[in-house]
Design a protein around this ligand. Structure first.
Ligand code: AKB
Length: 320
């Protein structure tokens, strides 16, 4: 990979992935593509920045030609909660956008990273130790777009030889950019509310187990997979990856260990509950471990300590 385009570079994953790619491959080699949200100063000043919309083919082609792009990380998507409110927009970005990127990749010989999700599964999937290859009949528009994206990406690899690779991300927890409208967002919000207010109201009921991952592992997953030896990959789109699985009570107790006065109550959001209950409790990620050495470094306790430290510092500086 010499020149990379990140589409969706100001989102929760994109904002950190773009900077990590710049660290590894050089600032000038990583173009931050964004649509509407203003990029941070760091993102804007550390390397090339271009307006790129996954649904605008001509614009993507212009940028791919201008920077001689040979790898595209296509992170543009509406998260699960928002996609249920705006299913047509979710389809447009999550399926038409993915198709556009794959077509451009075919024409200009680019590799493509596609982030699928635990949302690609549904209630007829085995929810414990969810296998790599299993039933995928999601009941959400988000899930429909992710399954379509997985299938399209595999099709472009098999039919046209496009180097497509992807992971099924669990809930991603981070402290730089907030996620927007996801079902797993509560596991980020709990840390902010713990520091700011000492209490949290949880939208998912106790006993709702979901796979989760701290951002540094999520960045490694994307980059390590894109760098993996293609001869070792039996799967491509997309690999189960997970780092931990917990329910609201477990993360609450993890925070309370460091903030003993912290309290939590529940106000369950029925839509989010329905989505969460149709997603795996814990995925089996052995294919990723075997085929490209996936090995997450962060567990819940280490993540909690780091999240609380960083958010406390931001709060003390008046940044949140
Ligand atoms: C969401 O909750 O929608 C996302 C996801 C798990 O894909 N965080």
């Amino acid at each position: 990979m010499k020149n990379i385009l990140v589409i969706g570079s100001v989102g929760q994953i994109g904002s950190e992935l773009t900077m990590e790619l710049r660290n590894r491959y050089g600032n000038d080699h990583v173009v931050a593509g964004y649509r509407k949200t203003k990029p941070s100063q760091e993102l804007a000043e550390s390397g090339p920045l271009e307006i790129v919309d996954a649904t605008d083919v001509d614009r993507i082609v212009e940028v791919v030609k201008k920077y001689k792009i040979d790898a595209i990380y296509n992170l543009a998507a509406l998260l699960s909660g928002v996609a249920e409110k705006r299913p047509q927009a979710a389809w447009n970005v999550g399926v038409n956008g993915v198709y556009n990127v794959l077509e451009i990749a075919r024409e200009f010989n680019c590799a493509v990273f596609f982030p699928s999700s635990i949302g690609a599964f549904g209630s007829s999937t085995p929810l414990d130790n969810t296998p790599q290859d299993t039933i995928q009949r999601p009941g959400t528009m988000y899930g429909v777009t992710k399954v379509a994206g997985e299938l399209l990406s595999d099709y472009y690899y098999k039919r046209f030889g496009v180097d497509t690779r992807g992971v099924r991300y669990p809930g991603i927890i981070s402290n730089l950019t907030l996620p927007g409208g996801g079902t797993t967002d509560y596991a980020v919000e709990i840390y902010y509310d713990a520091i700011k207010n000492g209490k949290f109201t949880c939208p998912l009921p106790k006993g709702t187990f979901l796979d989760m991952m701290y951002m540094p592992d999520a960045l490694d997953a994307a980059i390590d997979l894109m760098e993996a030896d293609p001869d070792k990959l039996k799967h491509r789109n997309c690999f189960n990856v997970t780092a931990m699985s917990f329910d609201p009570e477990i993360i609450f107790n993890s925070v309370k260990k460091y903030l003993p006065d912290f309290t939590m109550d529940y106000d369950v959001d029925a839509v989010k509950q329905g989505i969460a209950e149709s997603w795996p409790n814990k995925m089996d990620d052995s294919a990723a471990r075997e085929e490209w050495g996936w090995n997450p470094k962060w567990d819940l306790d280490a993540m909690t300590r780091d999240m609380l430290k960083v958010i406390k510092e931001k709060h003390a500086k008046g940044l949140i």
